[in-house]
Write a protein of this length. Structure first.
Ligand code: GTP
Ligand code: MG
Length: 211
């Protein structure tokens, strides 16, 4: 299977569609991973995500264009109940934690439980240990995270949004598995636009909850 990826600000025409999400505690690097993957840039400055953002990319899988919407969900605890709708209808999810903060690793199981509660379609789930570049601050050993993930039959990846290490590989693997796992449907352009409008409304609502 071959795969290429192009960032797409506007999705046009008809095509196959995948929707994936990135979740996890606040400040683990979800937005940074999405931005690294879709635009190949990194910013050291932190701006929390309000509700959720959508990033559209087009990937080519076996010479077919696949429109991918990546839902970048806020990690702030006060919006967690509001953002459930954002990752309800997805085919794949990255559950991200920060290898330098054990509390974010301890939350992974709870995120997976939430995903399983709100999704009836059993999306492909990967666990991602991000900030792999901060070796001297690491407090969750790779072996421990690997062992934990194997016990729960969830693939485990380590990434650095800062250096770009393993970011493309992780998204590509998720999209490939999501593609194989589901039967993506053909949808019209209007349906894609509608998804964006729904998100923007949810984002507006959730702003009020952030302190
Ligand atoms: N060193 C290092 N810093 C990172 C990495 N990824 C993200 N960061 C930094 O960590 C901080 C938080 O990154 P974000 O991507 O905004 O985190 P987030 O998970 O989207 O946070 P919320 O939107 O609040 O849920 C920022 O200052 C980033 O620059 C990484 O791989 N390495
Ligand atoms: Mg964010």
């Amino acid at each position: 299977m071959t795969m290429t990826v192009m960032a797409a600000r506007h999705v046009t025409g008809r095509g196959r569609v995948l929707r994936v999400a990135v979740v996890g505690d606040k400040q683990v690097g979800k937005t940074s991973l999405v931005t690294r993957y879709s635009h190949d840039v990194f910013s050291p400055h932190y701006t929390y995500t309000q509700g959720g953002d959508l990033e559209n990319v087009v990937v080519t899988i076996n010479d077919k264009n696949v429109h991918v919407t990546i839902v970048d969900a806020a990690g702030h605890r006060y919006v967690r109940s509001l953002i459930k709708t954002l990752y309800r209808d997805v085919q794949g999810i990255l559950v991200v934690y920060d290898v330098t903060r054990r509390a974010t690793f301890d939350s992974v199981q709870e995120w997976i439980r939430q995903i399983e509660l709100v999704n009836t379609s059993s999306p492909v789930i990967f666990v991602v240990g991000n900030k792999q570049d901060l070796t001297s601050h690491r407090c969750v050993p790779e072996e421990e995270a690997q062992f934990h993930s194997e016990r729960h039959s969830v693939p485990y990846y380590e990434t650095s949004a800062r250096s770009g290490h393993n970011v493309t590989e992780t998204f590509s693997a998720l999209l490939r598995q999501a593609w194989q796992h589901t039967t993506p449907s053909y949808v019209a352009l209007d349906t894609i636009r509608l998804t964006t409008r729904i998100h923007e409304q949810e984002k507006d609502n959730s702003c009020c909850s952030i302190t």
